[in-house]
Write a protein that binds this ligand. Structure first.
Ligand SMILES: Nc1ncnc2c1ncn2[C@@H]1O[C@H](COP(=O)(O)OP(=O)(O)OP(=O)(O)O)[C@@H](O)[C@H]1O
Ligand SMILES: [Mg+2]
Length: 300
C-alpha cells in the first residue's frame, strides 16, 4: 500500500496502528522468522515470538541495510519483516537503488544477494506499506504550492513505474478538517478490525490447506498462475468489468493478476465465496492509473 497525503494528515499515525490489526504468526512462520533473526545476529535470548514483525527503517538506510548483503552478507530489513510489515515512511526520500532493489523480492518473496563466491538467498515475504507527501513542500492537493503541478511530477517521478506497478493499494489520505477532530472517535476499534482480518486469513488458510507440500501457501498474496485463476475467477459481470478496465486503463499483465488477488481478499473480508463485480470495482479503484489525476490538477 502507498498512502499519499499532505503533512499531518495521519499517514504515519495510521501505519503505527497496523501491528494492532495483524493476526499472530503461525507457529511455522515464527520458526522461519526466528531463523532469519538468528542469521542476522538479532535473535534475543527470549527466543521466538508470535508477534508479526513491523520494521520501519529510516529513509537514509543503505541498500544493504534494506535488502541484505554487504561485505559479510546478512539479511536486510525486507527479510527481518518476514510475514509482517515493512513500513517505508517518506518513500520518495529513499535511495533510488535501494527502492529498485525491492522489485525482485516484492514479486518472488525472496532476495538474492551477491557474495564473494556466488549468491545467497534469503526469504523476503513482507507487506510493503509506504507513505509520502504528494510533492516536496507537501501541499500540492491544496494548491498552496506555487510550483504545482511540476513539483509533484518531479517528486512522484522519483518512484519508478515498475515499482508503482507492484503496489496494489494507492490511497489518498486527505488533510483532516479541524471540525472533524472534535467529533467522537470512530465506533470501531483496532480489535474489531483485527477480528475481520483473522477471519479472512482463516478462510484463506482453509482454501489452500489441500495443496501439495512443495507448493504449500497460506494467503492469497502467494497464489499465482492457474491457482489464482481457479480461486479468484469472478462472476461473469466482474470478469467483463475487469476485461474492459484492463484494456482502457492499459493494465499490465501483472496489474491484471494483482487486481484479481486484491478482489479475492476483499471477498474474503466479506465472507463471500465468489468474487463479485463490486469486489473487482473496488480493487480497480485502488490501482494507480497515472502520476497525477485530473481532479488534482490546478484549474485555470
Ligand atoms: N484522523 C486523525 N485523527 C486524529 N488526529 C490526527 C488525525 N490525523 C492526524 N492527526 C494528528 O496529527 C498528528 C500528525 O499525524 P502524522 O504524523 O501521522 O502525519 P503524516 O501524514 O505522517 O504527516 P507527514 O507527511 O508530515 O509525515 C498525529 O500524531 C495526530 O496527533
Ligand atoms: Mg509522517
Amino acid at each position: 500500500m502507498l498512502m499519499v497525503g499532505p503533512p499531518g494528515a495521519g499517514k504515519s499515525m495510521l501505519a503505527a496502528r497496523l501491528p494492532g490489526i495483524l493476526p499472530p504468526l503461525e507457529p511455522a512462520e515464527a520458526l522461519e522468522l526466528g531463523m532469519i533473526q538468528s542469521v542476522a545476529g538479532g535473535l534475543r535470548s527470549g527466543g521466538l515470538t508470535r508477534e508479526r514483525p513491523f520494521r520501519d527503517p529510516h529513509h537514509s538506510a543503505s541498500l544493504a541495510a534494506l535488502v541484505g548483503g554487504g561485505p559479510r552478507p546478512r539479511p536486510g530489513e525486507i527479510s527481518l519483516a518476514y510475514q509482517g510489515v515493512l513500513f517505508l515512511d517518506e518513500l520518495a526520500e529513499f535511495n533510488r537503488a535501494a527502492l529498485e532493489a525491492l522489485r525482485q523480492p516484492l514479486e518472488t518473496g525472496r532476495v538474492s544477494v551477491a557474495r564473494a563466491q556466488g549468491h545467497v538467498t534469503y526469504p523476503a515475504r513482507f507487506q510493503l506499506i509506504a507513505a509520502m507527501n504528494p510533492c516536496r513542500c507537501g501541499h500540492f492537493a491544496e494548491l498552496a504550492c506555487g510550483r504545482a503541478p511540476r513539483c509533484a511530477e518531479d517528486y512522484q517521478g522519483r518512484l519508478s513505474g515498475p515499482l508503482l506497478d507492484r503496489i496494489d493499494l494507492h490511497i489518498d489520505v486527505p488533510a483532516v478538517a479541524p471540525a472533524d477532530l472534535a467529533l467522537p472517535p470512530a465506533a470501531e476499534g483496532s480489535a474489531a478490525v483485527a477480528g475481520r482480518v483473522m477471519a479472512a486469513r482463516a478462510r484463506q488458510a482453509k482454501r489452500y490447506a489441500g495443496l501439495p507440500a512443495g507448493r504449500a501457501i497460506r494467503t492469497n498474496a502467494e497464489a499465482d498462475g492457474a491457482l489464482l485463476d481457479e480461486v479468484a475467477t469472478p462472476e461473469p459481470a466482474g470478469g467483463a468489468l475487469l476485461a474492459r478496465a484492463a484494456e482502457r486503463l492499459h493494465l499490465s499483465a501483472r496489474g491484471y493478476h494483482r487486481v484479481l488477488r486484491v478482489a479475492r481478499t476483499l471477498a474474503d473480508l466479506e465472507g463471500a465465496a465468489v468474487v463479485a463485480r463490486s469486489h473487482i470495482a473496488e480493487a480497480l479503484s485502488y490501482r494507480r492509473m497515472k502520476v497525477l489525476r485530473e481532479a488534482d490538477m490546478p484549474r485555470g
